[in-house]
Design a protein around this ligand. Sequence first.
Ligand SMILES: Nc1ncnc2c1ncn2[C@@H]1O[C@H](COP(=O)(O)OP(=O)(O)OP(=O)(O)O)[C@@H](O)[C@H]1O
Length: 611
Amino acid sequence: MAKQLNEIDAESLTFKARVAALGNLPEFFKLVWQTSRWMTICNFLLRIARSMMPLAILWVGKHIIDEVVLLGTGRAGVSQEFLWKLVGLEFGLAILTDILNRSINLMDGLLGDQFANYTSVRIMKHAATLDLDQFEDSVFYDKMERARQQTVGRTVLLSQVMGQIQDLITMGFLAVGLVAFNPWLILLLLATILPAFIGESYFNDRSYALSRRRTPERRELDYVRYLGASDDTAKEIKVFNLSGFIIDRFKTLSEKFYTENRQLSQRRATWGTFFSFLGSTGYYLAYVYIIYKTINGAVTIGELTFLAGSFRQMRGLMEGVLLRFTAVSQGAIYLSDFFEFFEIEPKIRKLLNAKPFPNPIRLGFVFENVGFQYAHSSRWANRHLSFTLHPGEKLALVGENGSGKTTLVKLLARLYDPTEGRILLDGVDLKAYDLDELRLNVGIIFQDYLRYQMTLAQNIAAGNIIEQDNRALIESAAKQSLADTLIEKLPAGYDQMLGKRFANGVDLSGGEWQKVALARAYMKDAQLLILDEPTAALDARAEYEVFERFAELTKGKSAVLISHRFSTVRMADRILVLDKGQLIEIGSHEELILKKGRYAELFELQAKGYR
Ligand SMILES: Nc1ncnc2c1ncn2[C@@H]1O[C@H](COP(=O)(O)OP(=O)(O)OP(=O)(O)O)[C@@H](O)[C@H]1O
C-alpha cells in the first residue's frame, strides 16, 4: 500500500513525512526486480565492488608515499621493486574503477530504460481498466499525469538509491581507518555538513509543493504547447490566426512557472554557498589537525595523505549521502502518486460470478426508469427513460443537440452505469453480465471515432484487434462499410499508412475516414450494433448505400442509430425522440408523422430545407 500523500501535508513535508515516504521504496524495488532480475543483481554487485575502490586506492597510495620517503632517505638495502609493484597495483585499481564506473552507468541506463518501459505498460494496462467517467475527472487526470511522469523520473530514483547504498558502504570502509585515527573528526565533519542537509531538505520541500500545486497548470501548458505545434491543430490555428493567442497563453503560464522557480532557485543557490563554506571549514579544521600531528611525528607522510584523502572523500560522500537523502525521500514521495494511481479501482469491472452474455438475445434490452447524471454535474443527461429494444429491432434516436442520445447509447454499451433505474437484458440487470463478452457483443462506433495514424488494415482491425491478422475478415469489413472503394487510391493497399503524422502516410477525407471507422463495426459478430452519427460526413449516395448494406448485414440483429438525417432515421423500425434527456415520443416514422408531434415538426423542418 502506498504511503498516501494526503496523509502527508503536501505543502510542508516534515522530516517524519520524508522518512515515512521511504516506506514506498520496498514496493519500488519490487517493481525494479520485476523489470529485470539479472540486471538488478548485476547492478548491485557492481556497486559493491565499486564501493571498495576508494579505500583500496588510498591505502596503496599511502604505502607508495611511505616507500618514496624511505627511498629518499637513501638507506642502503632498500629496493625499488616493491614501490613499482605498488604503483602498478594503484594503476590497476584506477583502471578497474573506471571500468566499474562505466559498467554501472551502462547498467543504470539499461535498467532505467527497461523500468520506464515496464511501468509505462503497467500504467496503460491499468488505465484501460478504469471507467470512462474517471477519465473525465480532472483530479484523476492530474494523478495519471503525475504517475506518467514517474516512469521516467523514477529511473533517476533508481540510480540515486543504488548510489546511496554504494556510498554508505564506501563510507563504512573509510570510517574504519578514520575512527582508528580520531573519531571526533568524523563528528566534526558531520556537524558542519548537517546545516546543508537541513537547508537542502527545506528547499526540496518547497520545490515539491510548487510542482504539485502546479500540476493542473502544467497540464494546461502541455496542452497549449500541443495546440501551438501539432499537425492536428495546424489547419484551424492558421485559418483563425490563433497562433498569437496561443503563444500569449503559453508565455503567461510559462513565465509564471519561471518566476516562481527562479525565486526558489536563487534562494537555494545563496544558502547553498553558505552551507558549502561551513562544510569546507569543517574539512580544513580536520586537515590542519592531521598536519599538526604529522609535524609532531605522530603519523607518517603516507598516513597524512591517506588520512587527508580519506577525510576529503568522507566529506564528499557524507555531503552526497545527506543531500541525496532529501532527493531520495522526495522521489519516494512522488512514488506515492504513482502507487496511488494503481490504487484507483474501476466501478465497472468484470465480476467473478458474471453471467455469460445471452446468445441469441431472447427478450431484448429493457430500460426501466433509467436516469443518468455525469459526475460533477447537477443536471440529468437522461431521465425517466423506459422502453424496450426488442431482439432484431432497429431503433433510431432523434433529438436536438444535447438531448441525451449519445449518453443513452453509452449506458447501453455499459460505458457508464445508470444513476437511477436499471437496464435489463433478457430480464437480468446488464451489470450481471460478463464485461468482456458484453464488449464483444455490443459494437459501437462513435461520432468522434479515432483516426489512428496507423495502416488501413490496423484502422479497421481496431474493431476487434484479436483478428488483426485475419486479412479476409478485414477485407470483408471494408467491403461492407464501402471502405474498399479507397483501395485503388492507396499505393500500399491495406498496408497503407494513414494520416499525416508518419512517413508515407496518406490522409483521407472526412467521409473516407468515416467509412474506415464504420468498417470496425463489422469486425466482430456483435448482437447489438450502435452507430452514433456514423454517416454525417458521407455524401448522399454513400449514405444510402451504407444503410442499405447495414440493414441487410444486421438482419436479425439489434441496432441503434443516432442520426440527424431523417432519410436515415426513417429506415428504422421505431424512432425514439428525446428532449432534454427524456423520451417524448416513440413509434415508427409513419406513426410519428401522423402524430404531428416533435418528430413531425423536425422532419418537416428538414424536408423544407430540401424543397
Ligand atoms: N462527459 C460529459 N460530462 C458532463 N456532461 C456531459 C458529458 N457528455 C455530455 N454531457 C452533457 O449531457 C447532455 C447530453 O449529452 P449527449 O452527448 O448525450 O447529447 P446528444 O443528444 O448526443 O447531443 P449531440 O446531438 O450534440 O451529439 C448535454 O447537456 C451535455 O452537455
